[in-house]
Design a protein around this ligand. Sequence first.
Ligand code: 3HC
Length: 284
Amino acid sequence: MDVKKVAVIGGGTMGNGIAHVFAMSGIPVNLIETKQEFADRALSTIEKNLDRMVKKEKINEDKKNATLGSITVFLDVSEGVKDVDLVVEAVPENIDIKRSVWEKVDAAAPDHAILGSNTSSISITKLASMTGRPEKFIGMHFFNPVPVMKLVEIVRGLETDDETYKIVEETSKKLNKVPVPVNDAPGFVSNRVLMPMINEAIFCVGEGVATAENVDEVMKLGMAHPMGPLRLADFIGLDVCLDILNVLYEGFKDPKYRPAPLLVKMVDAGKLGNKTGEGFYNYD
Ligand code: 3HC
């Protein structure tokens, strides 16, 4: 099966990036949000990122306009998924919100439609069990900023079938991404490796080993990371980092994943990184 139309549910940081790359690859997108103002914000972010690509001469104005023109906004999940071949869900990492969305999708999407989640921390097998088609359920884990990062971690749940995997693998290549298959496990591969590094960097700051700036300098200049781990933690969102560490800690019952006390405190204080204007750095 060729994916001819996709529904992207959620227009936040990840959702608008996912809609951007599908639309730019020529696959029309139904972008589903809960309120018009959220949809407008998503469209304006996509337009801004397309403008950046026009300025860098990666695409021309025609391509920008065609990309924007192939995104249609829906404020109702059932309406937005009824004529698509693939659904990619990028709603907040809250199990009750996800359940409510997946129940609606399962009831309204065509029988042949593949159901993909961009979750960074919730078990694909668990999400799949919220639908009547676990064999068609799969993780499509994109990375921020989606238009730039090449990876799609494709996560197979316990019951995901080979055909679903193949279609999602092919579709990811059409987006000019590199699909990497992994099996369902806490944090998959990406966050199981990334989050302990970020956590350890936070321990270093909390224990007074070095300042946030100096920890980041060590990793940027010594290990050639494009961003230091603390700047990256701010970029991802400290609340998201904490949620993922808790999933690792609870999933493996291994103390090596315990969240750094400083991370917990910063989340309690509402210092969540770029999105709140303050984390390890200030973003005024
Ligand atoms: N849309 C389109 N293009 C964008 C963009 C966006 N949102 N953001 C940046 N770009 C482009 C720029 O135009 C620029 O293009 P060029 O190479 O043609 O000049 C290029 O990306 C680099 O951007 P900048 O020059 O503005 O800035 P930097 O060189 O500092 O790069 C960065 C910014 C790409 C964010 C880089 O710092 C980076 O790669 N950081 C690491 C990001 C990362 O690790 N992401 C993964 C997070 S984990 C995750 O998402 C998983 C989740 O589960 C937690």
